[in-house]
Design a protein around this ligand. Structure first.
Ligand SMILES: [Zn+2]
Length: 425
């Protein structure tokens, strides 16, 4: 069946008009959709599990990349519910090769999270996201390989996406400074890394791949994981060696040279991540405050139910770290570090001196890696300020009365003028 057969353009035209987009474009998409259906190979088994979020997602302005993910779960039945309710992918490829459509392919899906490629950030705006049921470091099934290959062929054909722009989530995801890394860094995720190996790409019919990380090379990010870089860009031999390291018996255990971040990445402080200490005590990631004293031999168990792209969100001086540099690292004075001052003002890092930052009292709240979007007015909507992210859980709204809400807690008509919008970079 062709990819466009079930697209739900028609029901959502009205919604997009309200967001300020042109309905003619929508109808043209329906028209071309019908044309494409007749021209496509009937090889994919595809059915709809359309997200309830689908209709509120705007159309992408461009479709330059396909980003491949692994669900980090063994069963599609356990992954689909989360992907569907949050609208986190365009497609999911189940272990039997069946493909589910979750978000219309021309709309924005929230799959890449904090992401950068070749200087562009927020890759959701430019990319299609495909979740493959399975793990970043375990082979997928033959049926999945066949289905993914066909799905890629169709999507690459429709959007004219060359093979070297079929990327993995681990290639594009990056992290803001945290306890372990003072700078913005690559290595936030290993998601989908197997789709970077030479053997997997050739099985998928992809004849070219990115040769290096453009953002690390340009100095926009540091490389926090040399082994991941070997999987993504190394020779076949380097790839095999690096994957073996991830699969080693002690890879899930904290020890010398292996921190909680090394094992769990952006899931290190998630409620779904379980730490089992050598004495048998168990704590969840969100229950741990002191990350410096986790004993060697602590086992880390990750869950497929975790949030694919957790937002670091508001961190608090005195609670999450003793001072601002413990939270924002080397980026304390960057324009993308946002301070909620105790007196109610909201300031960017580049508006403060180092002395002022050092003097910030406990309970000062900080966002790292955020854009100061400015204020909503009669002529400037939340959508004008941050596009599809206006309803994203990582987007923060500071209302004129001082209250703070996130994108998933608001609706279009409830945002007063002079509300400040802050959204993830
Ligand atoms: Zn992913």
């Amino acid at each position: 069946m062709g990819l466009d057969y079930f697209d739900t353009d028609r029901v959502s035209i009205k919604r997009r008009n309200r967001l300020g987009l042109i309905s003619t474009a929508g109808w043209l998409l329906v028209f071309w959709g019908v044309i494409l259906v007749t021209s496509q190979v009937q090889a994919l088994q595809i059915s709809n599990k359309i997200s309830p979020r689908n209709r509120e997602r705007p159309a992408r302005n461009s479709s330059d990349y396909i980003v491949l993910h692994t669900t980090e779960s063994s069963k599609g039945s356990s992954a689909i519910g989360k992907l569907q309710s949050r609208g986190e992918a365009h497609y999911m490829v189940d272990t039997n090769g069946h493909v589910y459509r979750i978000i219309d392919k021309h709309r924005v899906a929230f799959h890449a999270g904090r992401s950068m490629w070749n200087g562009r950030t927020n890759l959701d705006r430019y990319s299609i996201g495909i979740e493959v049921v399975g793990f970043h470091n375990k082979p997928i099934t033959a049926a999945q390989t066949r289905a993914l290959k066909e799905l890629l062929t169709q999507l690459q054909g429709i959007y004219k996406i060359p093979d070297e722009r079929v990327l993995t989530h681990s290639m594009v995801a990056y992290g803001a400074p945290n306890r372990w890394h003072k700078k913005s860094h690559r290595g936030r995720k290993r998601c989908g890394m197997q789709f970077a190996t030479k053997s997997m790409r050739s099985a998928l019919g992809l004849t070219s791949a990115p040769a290096y990380d453009p953002d690390v090379r340009a100095g926009r990010l540091i490389n926090a994981d040399p082994y991941l870089a070997q999987v993504l860009y190394g020779s076949p031999r380097e790839q095999t060696t690096a994957v073996a390291r991830y699969n080693a018996a002690d890879a899930q255990t904290i020890g010398k040279g292996r921190s909680a971040w090394d094992v769990a990445r952006d899931q290190y402080n998630a409620a779904t991540t379980l730490y089992t200490f050598p004495d048998g005590r168990k704590l969840r990631g969100n229950q741990i405050r002191d990350w410096t004293s986790i004993p060697a031999g602590t086992r880390v168990t990750l869950s497929g139910d975790s949030d694919e792209n957790p937002s670091e969100g508001l961190q608090v001086v005195g609670t999450d770290a003793p001072n601002a540099s413990g939270i924002a690292g080397d980026e304390v004075r960057k324009s993308t570090t946002i301070y909620f001052m105790p007196d109610g003002r909201v300031m960017r890092g580049d508006q403060l001196t180092l002395a002022q930052i050092r003097a910030l009292p406990a309970s000062t709240r900080i966002l790292v890696g955020y854009i100061f979007g400015g204020y909503i007015s009669k002529n400037r909507s939340a959508y004008d300020i941050c596009g599809a992210k206006w309803k994203h859980p990582s987007t923060y709204y500071k209302f004129p009365d001082g209250s703070i809400r996130t994108g998933n807690q608001i609706n279009e008509n409830s945002i007063p003028q002079k509300t400040l919008v802050l959204f993830s970079n």
